[in-house]
Design a protein around this ligand. Structure first.
Ligand SMILES: Cc1ncc(COP(=O)(O)O)c(C=O)c1O
Length: 359
């Protein structure tokens, strides 16, 4: 059976060679005669996989030496409280509110201290991210600033790293490793793997090594980053299959030529799609031009019924998962690293075809 063009926001599309390798590994992992799902995480074969995953992630993120890379469970949503449980501890932190996930992160942080929100685009439907520095002076005693580098639901993305003189924390779930960025400027980076890096079930957590000293030693063991770091992310049984796929996706990124190559492909795909939307008399993009995401392109015909008709027709034409997030409606095409230019070209052709029939 032919596979459809998959525009899912997450879990999202993965590189075909990685899926083929995963298929083989399930049956016979690296010639061991045992399936990947059926071997111990303490086996030599799996230990090599997790070590390589951490090494490749550190290299691609440019944080080798300065930061630890942990592979955790619980999704990015667990980091919404694990981060403040470790870093906030009754102090104050600044959160930039650029959408659903950013505001959920801020809500969890309120359990652990004071949360200042100097920027929100909620009033305009989360149609933009702030300009560099527009959040102003941070209050005295701010423990960290938290931002969401790509807003999966709204379809906005920062094209810069916030410049602040407090530790910087980022939820990079939906644009991690999509372009070269000076990620070492962050004190802490977290990302659910299931958009750009692998399947659901593993969360990437990158933490600057000098931060541990300030943390509460009395947190439950599983919430202590230091414990996972000391145990090479194997304090308990890690999600072995998800880690295997992340390792292979990182290898794939390196084989493609690294983040420069990935970024130029991502830009080409996004430019093509936004150009089509900008020149359409039926469809329009939903966010401000300067804040457009290269990962999640949100758009609409302006009518719920017509949007629904579009999703249905696209589906029949082999273009899947184009419905917007349930909280905002509309349409959304996710074009993560593994998305092909061919798929985006097919979508652009389909937009024109639908417009010709419905305008
Ligand atoms: C930017 C962002 N943060 C957090 C989450 C929540 O991630 P998880 O389902 O891994 O908890 C998502 C999920 O879509 C997301 O896009």
């Amino acid at each position: 059976m032919n596979r459809a063009f998959n525009f899912s926001a997450g879990p999202g599309i993965l590189p075909e060679p990685v899926l083929r390798e995963a298929q083989e590994a399930l049956w016979n992992f690296h010639g061991t005669g045992l399936g990947l799902l059926e071997i111990s995480h303490r086996s030599k074969a799996f230990e090599a996989v997790i070590a390589s995953a951490r090494e490749r992630l550190a290299r691609l993120l440019g944080v080798a030496g300065t930061h630890d890379v942990l592979l955790l469970q619980g999704g990015a949503s667990t980091q919404f409280f694990q981060v403040p449980a470790n870093l906030l501890r009754g102090q104050r932190a600044t959160y930039l509110d650029t959408g659903r996930w950013a505001s959920l992160a801020a809500a969890e942080a309120k359990r652990y201290g004071t949360v200042d929100v100097p920027f929100t685009s909620k009033g305009t439907g989360y149609d933009r991210v702030p300009e560099q520095g527009s959040w102003g002076q941070l209050p005295e005693g701010t423990a960290y600033l938290h931002y969401t580098s790509n807003n999966t639901v709204a379809g906005t993305e920062y094209d810069y790293i916030p410049d602040v003189d407090v530790p910087l924390v980022v939820d990079a779930s939906s644009n991690i490793l999509s372009r070269p960025m000076d990620m070492a400027r962050h004190a802490l980076i977290y990302a659910g793997a299931q958009k750009n890096l692998g399947p659901a079930g593993v969360t990437i957590l990158v933490i600057r090594k000098d931060l541990y000293a300030a943390f509460d030693q009395n947190l439950p063991t599983m919430l202590r980053y230091e414990v996972q770091a000391q145990n090479d992310s194997m304090y308990n049984t890690p999600p072995t299959f998800a880690i295997f796929v992340v390792e292979r996706v990182c290898a794939w990124i390196e084989e493609q030529g690294g983040l420069d190559v990935i970024a130029s492909r991502n830009k080409a795909k996004a430019d093509l799609l936004y150009h089509a939307l900008d020149n359409s008399s039926l469809f329009r993009g939903k966010v401000q031009v300067g804040s457009r995401s290269r990962m999640n392109v949100t758009f609409t015909t302006g009518s719920d019924d017509r949007d629904a008709a579009f999703v249905k027709a696209a589906n029949s034409a082999g273009l899947s998962e184009l419905k917007g997030h349930k909280s905002v409606g509309g349409l959304r095409a996710s074009i993560y690293n593994a998305q092909s230019l061919k798929a985006v070209q097919a979508l652009v052709a389909f937009l024109a075809d639908f417009e010709a029939k419905h305008a």
